[in-house]
Ligand binder design. Structure first.
Ligand SMILES: *Cc1c(COP(=O)(O)O)cnc(C)c1O
Length: 396
């Protein structure tokens, strides 16, 4: 088995580049240059220096002792929550803006749902002095006001999108439209392992620093550079892709992907794309999509804003299809419970997205000598309102 993207941009039947004619030259330029640029030692040094001194990497691998006792196994947390801007997304934003600069681009655009990718990209654009335009659904602009304020303070222009449901899918369409009208000077920083080839591979490579560090950290802590399980949540799939990446060909390592079941996979309120999706094309790639009988994209639902994308990265559609990964659908309630459990047992308030990965601990019986790494993709500051509401509901 080979889990790398093939030269046509596919993982099995998933992936490819389904793009409007006008973007053909851009995608070709990116496809023909990305590997040579990111493998260039000068690029790698610049990227590694920023990851160390700006993001604060390597992120620690923390032995969660009380959780380990409770679940009778050994549980480590990969602390992406400690990164600058609070999640793994900055790993990708730094990589892509550096790449854009080397390709001679002078303008950055991005889409954002909850605003996390927008903030990460606006942050890097401030650092590297690039103009930044972030497309965001008007509904999300209202729901995620703090992130809008952060992006504006960082000097980015937030463009509210009023089409469709005014959420992530519509923001992505609008960002693609912007790129079509500025194909020469602009780079589109996609925030997850989605979009046309080579984006899924490009983003996975930038996030692969997560498993690269894990190998060394596990070697030091356990005497073996791989765990028995890696657990991660999947929205578009970038933190999971990074956490799995260097173990893809090591079949001794089992992967568990946690997708958002919302109120349940048997309700209309779900974002469990791998469980419920059907094959189709979204934002330039063939993958599994939440869609109606007649192929209209359905608005997904999850309590966590970062997991409610109606598609899934083609790598994860493929890993699930060939049973290289096991996919669990975690409900809002299960994620909420896991978030409070981590907070009370280890003193770490996780992002609601990451709480979906933590909820897996309750669903799988691990063996006492298993080593389990849960990728803690982000911190919970942004979710405090939701957490406070849950506490108040409990009291009432
Ligand atoms: C955006 C986000 C996710 C989901 O995105 P992926 O590309 O699937 O990783 C998960 N966790 C956090 C904290 C996020 O901000």
């Amino acid at each position: 088995m080979n889990y790398q993207v093939n030269e046509n941009g596919y993982y099995g039947q998933f992936g490819g580049a389904y793009i409007p004619e006008i973007l053909y030259a851009n995608i070709e330029e990116l496809k023909n240059n990305y590997l040579s640029i990111i493998n260039d030692p000068a690029f790698q040094k610049e990227y590694a220096d920023l990851l160390r001194d700006y993001v604060g990497r390597p992120s620690p691998l923390f032995l969660a002792q009380r959780l380990s006792e409770k679940y009778r196994t050994t549980i480590y947390l990969k602390r992406e929550d400690l990164n600058h801007t609070g999640a793994h997304k900055i790993n990708n934003s730094i990589g892509q803006v550096l790449l854009a600069r080397r390709m001679g681009k002078t303008r950055i655009i991005a889409e954002t749902g909850a605003g996390q990718h927008g903030v990460a990209t606006a942050t890097v654009c401030a650092l590297l002095n690039m103009p930044c335009f972030v497309y965001m659904g008007a509904t999300d602009v209202e729901r995620q006001h703090l992130n809008v304020q952060k992006m504006e303070m960082l000097g980015a222009t937030v463009v509210p999108v009023h089409s469709g449901n005014k959420t992530l899918k519509d923001a992505t369409n609008e960002a693609i439209r912007d790129w079509c009208s500025h194909p020469v000077d602009t780079h589109y920083v996609i925030g997850s392992t989605i979009g046309p080839h080579p984006y899924p591979d490009l983003v996975a490579r930038f996030q692969s620093i997560i498993s690269q560090e894990m190998m060394q950290q596990l070697e030091e802590k356990t005497g073996r550079n791989y765990p028995d399980y890696v657990v991660a949540c999947v929205g578009g799939g970038s933190n999971a892709a990074g956490a799995f990446y260097h173990y893809l060909d090591n079949e001794k390592v089992r992967f568990i992907a946690a997708e958002a079941a919302g109120k349940g996979v048997d309700t209309p309120y779900s974002a469990a794309t791998i469980h419920l999706g059907k094959e189709g094309i979204i934002h330039g790639c063939r993958t599994l999509i939440m869609q109606s009988e007649d192929g209209q994209i359905e608005e997904p639902y999850s309590i966590s804003a970062g997991l409610d994308y109606p598609g899934i990265g083609p790598l994860h559609a493929y890993l699930a299809k060939v049973h290289r990964s096991q996919v669990l659908a975690i409900t809002d309630d299960e994620a909420m419970e896991a978030a409070f459990e981590l907070t009370r047992m280890e003193g770490i308030i996780p992002a609601l997205e990451s709480a979906h990965a933590l909820a897996v601990l309750n669903k799988i019986s691990f063996k006492p000598d298993d080593v389990v790494v849960v990728n803690l993709s982000g911190r919970g500051d942004k979710d405090m309102e939701t957490y406070v509401k849950a506490m108040n509901d409990k009291k009432a």
